[in-house]
Design a protein around this ligand. Structure first.
Ligand code: SF4
Length: 455
C-alpha cells in the first residue's frame, strides 16, 4: 500500500503524511480514565468525542467511557456554555460519577469558550467535582493533552493539609495498565507506600465479571489526588507526559522528587528503583536484584543475535526514548528514532543517550515528524527491525522488515495492554519479543544447510 513512497526526501512544511501522533483531547480523556469514578467530558462536537473514544477503545479493547457537549450549529456560533451546563446536570443525574473532567476541543477553543469561568458559575451537586483542561488540537499532541489534564486535576484538587501522607507519589506517564502493575509491584517489593496518579490498573483492563459497571474499581481517588501536596516525594516518569505536572506540584507545595525516564531496560529501571530507595530510605530486596540479574543475563545470552542490528523506533517521546535505551543495552543501533510530538527536547535527550554509547553509526533523531519521513529514511538505508505502534505495519509490509509492536496505539493485536515493558521483567518481555522477531526472520531467510535448531 505504500509502494509509491518516494525515496527522495524533500523538505516539507504545512503537511503531515501518516502522522505519528494524535490529538490533544485523546490524551486528556485517557488521563481522566485513570481517576476513580471519573467521567471524561469532551466539550465539542459528538464527532470529536467518538473519535477519541474509538482510538482508546481499540487500543485497550475496553469501552472508553466519555460524554460530549454535543455542539451543533448554535453552540458553534454562540458558545457552548448552555450545552455544558445541561451536560453536567445530565451526567450527574444519569451516570453519577464523583467527578467530571472536561476537556476542550478544536472547535470550543477556536470560539473561545472559557471553561474555567463556566465551571465557576455552574451548579454542581454537593460532594461532586468538575475540573477542566484546555486541549486545543492544533498544537502539541495527545501527550500534551495528557499532561494538561494531569495539571487540571492538580490545579483544581490538590491542597496541603500539613499532615504528611508518608507516601511517594508516582506519576507513571502514558503507559498501559500492565506497566502500572509492574511499577506498583516494584514499590511493593521495596515496601514503599505509593500513590499512583493517574492509575489505569482496574479502569482500562477490568476483569470479566459478567456484571456491567460504568466505572472500574481502580483509578486514583479524589482524596488521593487532594493529598498529593502532602506526599513525601514525587517521582515523575516520562519527561514529556509527567514533567509539567511535577513542576506544577513542586511550585505549589515545594515537594521533593525527581523527573526520570520511563523505567524500561536495565539503566532506566535502576533509576526508578534508586529514586524509590532514596526518598523512602528502604532497601532494595534480593528479589529485585535477581530480576535485574536475569534481564542482564538474557541480554548477554542473545547479544550475538542483536549486536549491531539496526532498529527504527517511532511513537510517543517517552516510550521511544526509553525503548532506545533498551535497544542500546542490547547492542543494537537505533538508526532512526522519531516522534510526532513537537518537542525539540526529545532530539537533544535522545542524541545525548545515543552518544553516551559511542556509536560510530550516524543515527537520525527527529521530533515533530511523521511515518512518511521514516519510510523514506528506510528506503534510503534499510533497518533490521521496526519497533513502535500498529501504524508501522504498512512500512513493515512494504519493506519486508521484522516488526515488534509497542507503545500507543496497538490496534491490531491483543494483550499488549496487560503486559508490561517496564521494570526488569517488562524489559525481559520486550527484549524477548525483539530477539524473537530477529531470529524468526533469520530462520526464514537462512540457507537450508545453515538452518539450525540451536541458535
Ligand atoms: S476536530 Fe480537533 S479535537 Fe476534534 S477530533 Fe479533530 S483534531 Fe481532535
Amino acid at each position: 500500500m505504500l509502494d509509491m513512497t518516494p525515496k527522495e526526501i524533500r523538505v516539507r512544511s504545512g503537511i503531515t503524511i501518516n502522522p505519528c501522533k494524535t490529538c490533544e483531547p485523546v490524551g486528556a480523556m485517557f488521563c481522566a480514565l485513570g481517576v476513580h469514578n471519573c467521567m471524561p467530558h469532551s466539550h465539542g462536537s459528538q464527532g470529536c468525542s467518538s473519535y477519541h473514544r474509538t482510538v482508546l477503545t481499540r487500543h485497550f479493547k475496553e469501552p472508553a467511557i466519555a460524554t460530549s457537549s454535543s455542539f451543533t450549529e448554535g453552540a458553534s456560533v454562540f458558545g457552548g456554555r448552555s450545552n455544558l451546563n445541561t451536560a453536567v446536570k445530565n451526567i450527574f443525574d444519569m451516570y453519577d460519577p464523583d467527578i467530571i473532567a472536561v476537556h476542550s476541543t478544536c472547535l470550543s477553543e477556536t470560539i473561545g469558550d472559557d471553561l474555567g469561568s463556566y465551571i465557576l458559575d455552574m451548579e454542581i451537586p454537593e460532594g461532586k467535582r468538575v475540573i477542566h483542561a484546555s486541549t486545543p488540537s492544533y498544537e502539541g499532541s495527545h501527550i500534551q493533552g495528557f499532561s494538561n489534564m494531569m495539571m487540571g486535576f492538580i490545579n483544581y484538587l490538590t491542597r496541603k493539609t500539613g499532615v504528611p501522607t508518608g507516601k511517594t507519589a508516582v506519576f507513571p506517564g502514558w503507559v498501559n495498565p500492565g506497566d502500572i502493575r509492574e511499577m506498583k509491584a516494584i514499590a511493593a517489593a521495596m515496601d514503599v507506600p505509593i500513590t499512583m496518579f493517574p492509575d489505569f490498573d482496574g479502569t482500562l483492563d477490568n476483569p470479566m465479571t459478567g456484571r456491567f459497571e460504568y466505572y472500574g474499581e481502580g483509578g486514583t481517588t479524589i482524596p488521593e489526588i487532594e493529598q498529593l501536596g502532602d506526599a513525601q516525594s514525587v517521582i515523575a516518569l516520562g519527561h514529556f507526559a509527567s514533567q509539567e505536572s511535577y513542576e506544577l506540584l513542586n511550585k505549589k507545595f515545594r515537594t521533593q522528587g525527581a523527573v526520570l525516564p520511563m523505567p524500561v531496560g536495565v539503566a532506566f529501571t535502576d533509576r526508578y528503583i534508586m529514586a524509590l530507595r532514596k526518598y523512602s530510605q528502604k532497601e532494595v530486596p534480593q528479589s529485585l536484584e535477581n530480576e535485574r540479574g536475569r534481564l542482564v543475563d538474557l541480554l548477554i545470552d542473545a547479544s550475538n543475535h542483536t549486536y549491531r542490528k539496526k532498529v527504527a523506533i517511532y511513537g510517543d517521546p517517552d516510550v521511544v526514548y526509553a525503548m532506545t535505551s533498551l535497544c542500546l543495552e542490547m547492542g543494537m543501533v537505533p538508526k532512526y528514532v522519531i516522534t510526532g510530538t513537537p518537542k525539540s527536547e526529545f532530539e537533544k535527550m535522545t542524541k545525548a543517550l545515543i552518544e553516551s554509547y559511542n556509536l560510530e553509526e550516524a543515527c537520525v533523531v527527529k521530533a515533530d515528524t511523521d511515518l512518511f519521513y521514516l519510510h523514506q529514511l528506510i528506503k534510503n538505508e534499510g533497518v533490521d527491525l521496526l519497533l513502535g505502534s500498529s501504524y508501522g505495519k504498512y512500512i513493515a509490509r512494504a519493506e519486508d522488515i521484522p516488526y515488534v509492536r509497542a507503545g500507543f496505539p496497538v490496534l491490531d493485536r491483543y494483550g499488549a495492554t496487560i503486559q508490561s515493558i517496564c521494570g526488569y521483567r517488562g524489559g525481559a518481555y520486550l527484549a524477548e519479543k525483539i530477539i524473537d522477531a530477529l531470529l524468526t526472520r533469520f530462520d526464514r531467510d537462512v540457507k537450508d544447510e545453515d538452518f539450525e535448531c540451536v541458535l
